[in-house]
Design a protein around this ligand. Structure first.
Ligand code: NAP
Length: 312
């Protein structure tokens, strides 16, 4: 395990394997990455452990046969390079869906209703009491949410918006979806951006979605609209987002992920109309336990000679 996972997960792994837990919480260094491939049969890596083609190439006769990723997003692993090296990759879909959708709704509400700004005002001792035109935000009820990437998390967000807030749902996805709630599919990202009050990103990271949200898409959004990103930081061209916020092209943004995280641009921190969370989409003990137990189940099946349940 490349980071300490919850004790329940470590215990489950220890019951089946000779377990080594790397005791620190930062991503592995390149030397550690190479050692993970040469010294272990299976690895449970996670976000920030960058398995690039160069890392696989640097360890030609690697011992490792499985990367049982902790997390549904695996854009830090070059899956085709892993395959070429004869290494199988698995992930933890499903376990993260509801918790991440909840954080998307947290960001939608905080951004639209100016909750961060209000809390900062109060904590700074600057609140002078209620008045009828103070901190007026965007009411979400009856508005339209646009989902970019109508997969597991996208659908869980859309369901919360439709059934919980009476919002209309529009989306853009590579393929049409058979959904259990009403939703309009728009052919282009720009058309979706122009049609909605809140644009929420729920696509995987990686080369295909890099800077999917660029200056053109942001320019298509309405000036009262908000952008929410719970996907991966580099889905958004951060410099273009800063420009769109500073110039009033959009009203606000709620972010859980950043292009160069953990670095967060000062320009974002300085703006009142931006909500900044430290990548807490799945940060609840039972969720992290479920994710870890899925990784262990993948390890167990693989080393029993079976097909792991969550092959990437
Ligand atoms: P998923 O079920 O695979 O859904 C991803 C969706 O994105 C699919 O519907 C897919 O469309 C769509 N998509 C992919 N590329 C696209 C593109 N270029 N344009 C438009 N749509 C595209 O994955 P998930 O479980 O919902 O997770 C989504 C992502 O959320 C993960 O990969 C991860 O990076 C991120 N995440 C973040 C956190 C956090 O802590 N903030 C937590 C969990 C996950 P098709 O169905 O047509 O293929």
């Amino acid at each position: 395990m490349t980071r300490p996972l919850p004790e329940r997960v470590q215990a489950a792994a220890r019951a089946m394997f000779d377990l080594t837990v790397r005791p620190i919480t930062t991503p592995m260094t390149e030397a550690e990455m190479r050692a993970s491939l040469s010294d272990f049969d299976g690895v449970v890596p996670t976000l920030g452990d960058l398995y690039t083609p160069a890392i696989f190439a640097a360890v030609p006769d690697q011992r490792c046969r499985l990367l049982a990723n902790f997390g549904v997003g695996y854009n830090h692993i070059d899956v085709s390079a892993a395959r070429e090296a004869g290494i199988t990759v698995t992930n933890t879909p499903g376990a993260v869906t509801d918790a991440t959708a909840d954080v998307a709704l947290t960001l939608m509400l905080m951004s639209a209703r100016r909750a961060g700004e209000g809390e900062r005002l109060l904590r700074a001792g600057k609140w002078e009491g209620w008045h009828p035109t103070q901190l007026l935000g965007l009411h979400l009820g009856g508005k339209t949410v646009g989902i970019v990437g109508m997969g597991r998390i996208g659908q869980a967000i859309a369901r919360r918006c439709h059934f919980g807030f009476g919002m209309s749902v529009a989306y853009h996805s590579r393929s049409p979806k058979d959904l259990d709630f009403p939703a309009r599919r728009l052919e282009t990202l720009e058309a979706l951006a122009a049609a909605v009050d809140v644009l929420v990103l729920a696509v995987p990271g990686g080369a295909e979605t890099h800077h999917l949200i660029n200056a053109e898409v942001l320019a298509a959004m309405q000036p009262h609209a908000h952008l929410v990103n719970i996907a991966r930081g580099n889905v958004v061209e951060e410099a273009a987002l800063i420009h769109a916020l500073q110039s009033g092209q959009i009203a606000g943004a709620g972010l859980d992920v950043y292009e160069f995280e953990p670095a967060v641009p000062e320009a974002l921190i300085a703006m009142e109309n931006v909500v900044l969370l430290p990548h807490i989409g799945t940060a609840a003990l039972e969720v992290r336990e479920d994710m870890g137990l899925m990784s262990v189940a993948n390890l167990k099946a693989f080393f029993a000679g079976e097909t792991p349940p969550n092959l990437v």
